[in-house]
Design a protein around this ligand. Structure first.
Ligand code: SF4
Length: 431
């Protein structure tokens, strides 16, 4: 079946929409001294975007600034600045990038100055570094702090007591602080309508993830996926702009399915899918394009990745529920990937390998991210046993350019693809 030309042209529109949204957000942040907009620094996993936005506050996500600085080759200098200030080489490089940026004028990734926070809102969802990071920011800025403690899913489930505990903190600490900073009263109806909007965007995003079950997959759920999650994991969930973006994205992806096309890469549509992979761990940002190229040049497409779920496991059925506004926010925080136990993460990856008929799975172990890296060798062995597919292991870093060795990674990937070929040919070669 042929796809009308206007549909193909429309395919590119979601990226343009997304770029404009992000640029506009950073632009708005740079103008707060004249507009009077108030700013909340908060993290992506377990973010309370609808609640923040219901007070007309603007969110800033330090890890997004760090990764964007990495993509724009600015993170190396920031990291060195933080190390000169005494931060060790082993500290999460997102943290060092952020601290280095703050100490050298707080110029954001788009080259515009970021405002200082009016509130530091920490949703603590499983990664201990979040806690230490905000302790450092508290030393940099003179503003109130709200801490939302989210209990770890040690037994792999969310109990009513855990939800009630998080709701209580929202009611007694987080909402009062948001009221104080914004000068506005909490408006539950406004929050409800934003949560309705979130659920619609989440439906569209899940349709995009599910499209990877097609052969060829019309999406790359890791390299392309990081663009897809931008609006919903950051400043836009709950806003009409996010709905518009996800509806356009879904239409593009469905048009690619109809046309039997693969994902769009920086060099155009990827021809000839040869390997379908599931990837665990965040990508490297300082050499993102080079890293991605190593995959699409070999015809390797990522059909699912845990990293692109770090701000919400909607594919497991979670949707923000406007009928239970605070409970749903609590369950969203509790359900974060970073808050999941190791056995649950393994189950999730196993399900992904099987659902998307992957040829294997690959772990990108991040030197400075303990939250993702802990237990990855166990994940590798368990997944090999449970799925019967080969696992591969590469190492890099988030935003520290000193820890991206292109030659090593390329070699490892080539051997890994050969191993998949050998398995297909009926051999028993093991990496
Ligand atoms: S250690 Fe990993 S999960 Fe934790 S803040 Fe750093 S990058 Fe994020």
């Amino acid at each position: 079946m042929t796809v009308p030309k206007d549909k193909l042209v429309q395919k590119e529109s979601s990226m343009l929409i997304q770029k404009e949204m992000m640029a506009e957000h950073y632009d708005r942040l740079s103008r707060t001294s004249s507009t009077g907009d108030k700013v909340v620094y908060t993290f992506v996993p377990g973010n309370l975007n609808e609640l923040i936005r219901s007070f007309d506050l603007l969110p800033v996500h330090p890890e997004i600034n760090a990764l964007q600085s990495g993509m724009r080759k600015r993170s190396g200098d920031f990291i060195r600045e933080a190390e000169r200030g005494g931060h060790s080489e082993d500290v999460c490089t997102y943290v060092k990038c952020d601290i280095g940026m703050a100490r050298t004028g707080n110029t954001g990734p788009t080259g515009k100055k970021l405002p200082p926070p009016d509130l530091l809102l920490l949703s603590y969802t499983g990664c201990f570094t979040f806690l230490k990071w905000f302790e450092l920011l508290r030393e940099e800025y003179d503003c109130p702090v709200a801490m939302l403690h989210v209990p770890y899913q040690a037994d792999g489930k969310i109990t009513p007591e855990m939800t009630a505990y998080v709701v209580r903190q929202l009611e007694t600490d987080v909402i009062p602080k948001l009221e104080e900073v914004s000068g506005k009263k909490f408006d539950p109806e406004r929050l409800r309508s934003m949560l309705e909007s979130s659920a619609r965007a989440e439906d569209d995003l899940v349709a995009v993830w599910d499209a990877a079950a097609n052969t060829p997959s019309p999406i790359d759920a890791y390299f392309g996926g990081v663009y897809y999650i931008g609006p919903i994991f950051t400043a836009f969930r709950g806003l009409p702009e996010a709905e518009e973006y996800y509806s356009a994205l879904r239409a593009e992806v469905e048009a690619r399915v109809e046309a039997g096309l693969g994902p769009i890469t920086p060099e155009g549509p990827m021809p000839g899918e040869r390997y379908r992979l599931v990837v665990e761990g965040p990508p490297n940002w300082t050499s993102f394009r080079e890293f991605w190229k190593m995959f699409y040049e070999e015809g390797a497409v990522v059909v699912s990745s845990s990293y692109s779920k770090v701000g919400g496991l909607y594919d497991l059925g979670f949707r923000h529920d406007p009928e239970r506004p605070l409970e749903t926010l609590a369950e969203y925080c509790l359900g974060c990937y970073t808050n999941m136990s190791l056995p649950r993460r393994i189950e999730y990856l196993e399900r992904s390998v099987k659902k998307f008929k992957a040829d294997g799975f690959l772990i990108n172990s991040i030197k400075s991210c303990n939250s993702f890296s802990a237990g990855q060798l166990l994940i590798l062995r368990q997944l090999e046993e449970r799925t019967g597919t080969p696992g591969g292991f590469i190492e890099s870093d988030l935003v520290d350019p000193r820890y991206f060795s292109a030659a090593n990674i390329k070699n490892r990937l080539e051997s890994y693809f050969q191993m998949i070929d050998a398995r297909r040919a009926g051999g028993s070669e093991v990496a």
